[in-house]
Design a binder for this molecule. Structure first.
Ligand SMILES: [Zn+2]
Length: 198
């Protein structure tokens, strides 16, 4: 598993932290993903990231910060608001704590929300069991391994996204989507349960 460093430029518009009630739900699911080993720890953080859309039809999202450990409840500065992404110039316009950075997969989350107006929440995790049995479970899977945090991974996911709610990123992890954070979380738990009995 490679280091998921941030590979885009960030413009921090202001230091205000998101104050949306749904942050509690993100915290809860970060904890559940940690407990169920859906987001393994590495030195300095957790392999996983989560987001929700602020308002249907608008670009703004809230996403977990890079180098967040899901082993403890996430601190208030572990969340960023992403207002917009300038894909041509690889720029992310955000609000959040200056000493942190938004998730390395911000471009991926933002692109999925753009492509899928119905999706209001995205949970990304890494699970050996789901990966091993994604074929038997007929989970749409990207065609080849590509480096995380890049536009290549964004393109590979958009290629297979369609109207699916659950995607496997080849040799990497999964993306669970829903109309709510709860829906996306329950979907991932269901997939974990199914993979455990194959
Ligand atoms: Zn990942």
């Amino acid at each position: 598993m490679s280091y998921e460093g941030v590979k885009y430029q960030i413009i921090i518009r202001d230091r205000s932290l998101p104050a949306d009630a749904r942050i509690e739900a993100l915290r809860k699911w970060c904890q559940i993903f940690h407990e169920k080993d859906l987001a393994p720890l590495y030195p300095g953080g957790t392999h996983g990231n989560m987001s929700f859309r602020l308002e249907p039809g608008k670009p703004g999202i809230v996403i977990t910060a890079a180098s967040s450990s899901f082993a403890e409840p996430l601190s208030d500065d572990s969340f960023f608001t992403i207002w917009d992404v300038d894909f041509e110039n690889n720029l992310v316009i955000a609000s959040g704590e200056n000493n942190r950075e938004p998730s390395s997969e911000t471009l991926l989350h933002f692109s999925i929300y753009q492509a899928r107006p119905d999706v209001q929440a995205i949970l990304h995790g890494h699970c050996v069991s789901i990966s091993n049995y994604s074929g038997q479970m007929n989970i749409p899977t990207t065609s080849e391994f590509v480096e995380s945090g890049t536009m290549k991974i964004v393109k590979s996911v958009l290629e297979v996204l369609g109207n699916h709610s659950f995607i496997e990123i080849k040799d990497h992890g999964f993306i669970s989507m829903g109309k709510t954070i709860e829906d996306a979380g329950e979907l991932a738990m269901g997939m974990l349960g199914r993979s455990a009995i194959i």
